[in-house]
Design a protein around this ligand. Sequence first.
Ligand code: PMT
Length: 399
Amino acid sequence: MLELANKRVLLGVSGSIAAYKSAELVRLLCKQGAQVRVVMTATATEFIQPLTFQALSGNVVYSAWDDADRGDGMGHIELARWADVIVIAPASADFLARLRQGMAGDLLTTLCLASDGTIAVAPAMNRLMWENAATKENLAVLKQRGIHILGPGTGGQACGEVGLGRMLEPEQLARDIPTLFSTGILSGTKLLLTAGPTREPIDAMRFLSNRSSGKMGYALAQAAIEAGADVTLISGPVALPSPSRAKRLNVNSADEMYDAVMSEVAANDVFISAAAVADYRPANPSKEKVKRKDDNVDLALTQNRDIVASVAALPNKPFTVGFAAETSDVEVHARGKLERKGLDLIAANQVGEGQGAEVDDNAMTMYWADGSQHLEKTTKNKLARQMVAIIGEHYRAES
Ligand code: PMT
């Protein structure tokens, strides 16, 4: 199972003899489906060559301050934004002290400071350094700030001593890193979700569709799984790998999506309608490929059933979350849909001109009857986690 499919792991390597083990960690993370980028401190490059990490991750390795710079001096911010999780393995005593101080003297400490995401450290040092009061205090402060501490392990050390302070083995870290994404807010919940576009056939060859890539819906499915939900994903035609541990049902048209949703919905506690469902379909699709004529052609359209409104109208409806894709007056239209379709929550996004559909980043405002919360533009993976936290909170409050 690809536990880290679509996940972006930024692996920080600081100066420790354990740095050589991180090469194996990169291999194991990639094997689990993660995209891995490696940032090394200058001292780390004295223990192991960047080329080793470059070959294993398939990505350029960053070390010097301007390695990540694309000419605008913002490379460190870009890298911090790119990462779904930052893992420093090995984290030396010196690195932990600098992280605790909030220092920004090199690329790795700077991007930790510029990150609002999950950070984990895997300490590696001599047992006396580990037991030193200064290290203990640094760790306590980092933990209090929400930084995850993975290990250390115990055993023989490079200096010949035996005790606590060894970096956890790569296999152990590769098992621990996927758990960093677990929130548990939807544990015990069955969640049904639609994603992607629909295709409405015109003839044997042609269809009407839209720009949805499925990225937003698939990120939500993954975030819901990490929050502990048992997820069924009903997907329009997209070119994305299935989220790990989701039951995926593929459909093409809005009619097929409607039927799939209606046959699954009764077993679910939460329904999220992230799919860009066609409002209309050609009234008379042809089984044959329509021949070109010398004149213009009129295409008669008929209305599709509204899936999310039908779910919200069920007698035992699940907690129902709709979307609003708007090009203008986002709040007015979103609130109109929230009310008209009988939804519990609606996620509204601005679409058009490179926004919302197809792209990797998005911003969203969640509306409910007497409130709203705006979520700033970020990667769809991070956005999905914030959305799932809000959905989980509201669902728990109502159930
Ligand atoms: O897939 P990506 O490329 O990542 O792009 C993401 C997205 C822009 C598609 C996504 O964020 C989004 O906005 N999805 C909903 C698109 C949409 O159909 O919005 P709408 O405002 O037209 O529809 C309102 C709601 O009714 C939606 O929840 C929709 O799923 C639902 N609907 C619409 C028509 C219909 N026949 N049945 C429905 O259930």
